[in-house]
Write a protein that binds this ligand. Structure first.
Ligand code: SAH
Ligand code: SF4
Ligand code: F3S
Length: 449
C-alpha cells in the first residue's frame, strides 16, 4: 500500500499559513493526499514558529502528542517545517527522537525527496536558506473559499534587534509582479472575494522597478469586486505613493497594519526600528489626510531590555494619540542569535506582565470606544458565512476588518456585499441589521471614473 496521506498543522504568522499551501501544492503534485485526521496520516507535518519562546513551547507540547501517535504507529513520519526547523536544525532531530524530517522555509521543493529519505529509515534534513527562492511557479493548494493569502516577498533585511525572522527566513526577495497578478486572476475566477498580500515588510517590495504601490494597483485592477489587503508595513518605508494608491483604489482596504513596537525613541533605537515616534505620528497624520477614514492596527512589545516606567508611559501615550482599531501585544521574549539577546533581559517578569496588561486594557478601551462611535452608521460588509455562535446569524467583515454579526435574511449568500446598519457594539464585534445589497463592482468603478 502506498503511504501518501499527509496531515499538516500550522503555527505562527499568515506567511506560514501561505507556506503550508505551497507545501501542500508541492506534495499534491507528487501524488500525496491531505487528511484532516492525524490518526489517519502516514506523514504528520508541523509548520512551526519561533517568534517568541511561548510559541516554541506550544509546539514542543504538540510534538509530545505526536509521540504518542508514533508509539502506536512506528512507521509514521513526523516532520518539522518552518522557522523552528530553520532555527534549531539538527538539534531537533537529536533532542526529539520522534522527528524524522526537518525542512526550513526555503527548501520545501525538496520535501518529497526528504520524506522518502525518512521512509527509508534515515533523517531528512533540508535547512539551507536561499537568496532567490520565491516559489513563483508553485500553485498553492487552496480549498475553495472567499479569502486567500499570497506571499509577495520572502525574508527580511530589517534586523530589528529583538527579531528572529531574518535568521529563520533569510534575506529579503520579491516575487515577480506578473506571477502574483496571474494568481489573483485565478483566485477571482474561482470566486474568491478577498486577497491579502503578505510580506514581513511589503513596503520594500521591488520587482524590476515595480514597487509595492505598483503591485497593489495591478492586483486591485484585476477584479474590482475583490478586496485587496496587505500586511505588514514598516513605518520607515511606507511611501506617499502607496497612500495615494490606497486612496485611489476603492477595493484596496482602508486599513494599515503599522507596527510601532514602542512609544519611546530611546527604545526604538535600541530595537533598530530606524524611525522616531515623530516620524511615525507624522505618517499617521499624512495617511489620515490622504485616505479619509483609514484605520490602523499595530504590534507592541512590553518590557524590552532597559525599558523604564517612563518609556512604557510613552507607549501608552502613542496608543492614545493614534487610537488603533486593534493591536497585537506581546511581552519581550529574548531570542538566541539576535542582537538584543546580548542585552540583559532586565525588566522583571512581573513588571513585564503588569505593563502588558496596562497596554491590553487601554487597547480594549479604545477599541470599544471606536466601535461605539459606529452605532447608527451603515457599513459595507462582505458576508463570510454563518456566525460561529449561531446559524441564525451571518458574520462578515468591513473594509477595516471589523467583524459584523447580523440576522440571517433571505436572499443573502456567502460572498455578497451588503449594507448593514450597526445597532450595537462590543470591543471586538459590531452587531446590526441588513439594509440592502451593494453591487460593489459598479460602486467601485464609479469611484475610479
Ligand atoms: N514584520 C513585522 C512583524 C513580524 S513578527 C514587523 O516588522 O512588524 C510580529 C510581531 O511579533 C512583531 O511586530 C513584534 O511586535 C513581535 N515580536 C517579534 N519578536 C519578538 C520578541 N522577541 N519578543 C516579543 N515580541 C516579538
Ligand atoms: Fe522582524 Fe523587524 Fe523584519 Fe519585522 S521588520 S520581520 S520585526 S526584523
Ligand atoms: Fe513565526 Fe516565522 Fe512567522 S517566526 S511569526 S512563523 S516568520
Amino acid at each position: 500500500m502506498q503511504k501518501n496521506k499527509i496531515y499538516i498543522e500550522t503555527y505562527g504568522c499568515q506567511m506560514n499559513l501561505a507556506d503550508t499551501e505551497i507545501v501542500l501544492g508541492i506534495l499534491k503534485n507528487k501524488g500525496y493526499t491531505v487528511t484532516k485526521d492525524a490518526e489517519d496520516a502516514d506523514v504528520v507535518l508541523v509548520n512551526t514558529c519561533s517568534i517568541r519562546d511561548n510559541a516554541e513551547q506550544r509546539i514542543y507540547g504538540r510534538l509530545g502528542n505526536f509521540k504518542t501517535l508514533k508509539d502506536k504507529k512506528p512507521d509514521l513520519v513526523v516532520g518539522i517545517l518552518g522557522c523552528m526547523a530553520e532555527r534549531l536544525r539538527k538539534d531537533l532531530v537529536e533532542d526529539k527522537s520522534i522527528v524524522d524530517v526537518v525542512v526550513g522555509p526555503d527548501e520545501y521543493r525538496r520535501l518529497p525527496e526528504l520524506i522518502d529519505v525518512a521512509y527509508n529509515g534515515d533523517k531528512g534534513i533540508g535547512v539551507k536558506l536561499s537568496r532567490t527562492e520565491t516559489y513563483d511557479d508553485i500553485l498553492p493548494y487552496r480549498e475553495d473559499g472567499l479569502q486567500a493569502w499570497i506571499s509577495v516577498m520572502r525574508g527580511c533585511d530589517k534586523f530589528c534587534t529583538f527579531c528572529v525572522v531574518p535568521f529563520t527566513r533569510g534575506r529579503e526577495r520579491s516575487r515577480e509582479l506578473d506571477s502574483i497578478v496571474t494568481e489573483v486572476k485565478q483566485l477571482s475566477e474561482r470566486g474568491f472575494k478577498e486577497v491579502t498580500l503578505l510580506g514581513q515588510n511589503v513596503n520594500s517590495y521591488n520587482d524590476e522597478g515595480n514597487d509595492f504601490a505598483d503591485l497593489l494597483a495591478a492586483c486591485a485592477k484585476v477584479d474590482r469586486s475583490m478586496r485587496i489587503r496587505f500586511t505588514t508595513s514598516h513605518p520607515q518605508d511606507l511611501s506617499d505613493k502607496l497612500l495615494y494608491t490606497i486612496a485611489e483604489n476603492p477595493n484596496i482596504c482602508n486599513y494599515i497594519h503599522l507596527p510601532v513596537q514602542s512609544g519611546s525613541n530611546r527604545i526604538l533605537e535600541l530595537m533598530n526600528r530606524t524611525y522616531t515616534i515623530e516620524h511615525y505620528l507624522n505618517l499617521i497624520d499624512k495617511a489620515r489626510k490622504i485616505i479619509p477614514g483609514v484605520s490602523f492596527s499595530t504590534d507592541i512589545i512590553a518590557g524590552f531590555p532597559t525599558e523604564t516606567y517612563e518609556d512604557h508611559v510613552m507607549t501608552l501615550d502613542v496608543m492614545r494619540q493614534v487610537r488603533y482599531d486593534g493591536a497585537f501585544m506581546f511581552k519581550y521574549s529574548p531570542r538566541e542569535g539576535t542582537k538584543a539577546y546580548r542585552m540583559k533581559d532586565d525588566v522583571p517578569e512581573d513588571v513585564k506582565s503588569k505593563r502588558l496588561q496596562e497596554i491590553i486594557d487601554l487597547q480594549q478601551q479604545i477599541s470599544f470606544e471606536i466601535n461605539q462611535e459606529l452605532i447608527g452608521t451603515e457599513e459595507i460588509v462582505l458576508v463570510e458565512g454563518k456566525s460561529r455562535k449561531s446559524d441564525k446569524f451571518f458574520a462578515g467583515r468591513t473594509d477595516s476588518n471589523k467583524v459584523v454579526i447580523f440576522p440571517v435574511t433571505e436572499g443573502i449568500n456567502e460572498g455578497d456585499y451588503v449594507k448593514v446598519k450597526i445597532n450595537r457594539a462590543t470591543q471586538a464585534t459590531l452587531f446590526g441589521d441588513y439594509v440592502e445589497h451593494i453591487d460593489i463592482r459598479n460602486d467601485n468603478l464609479a469611484l475610479i471614473a
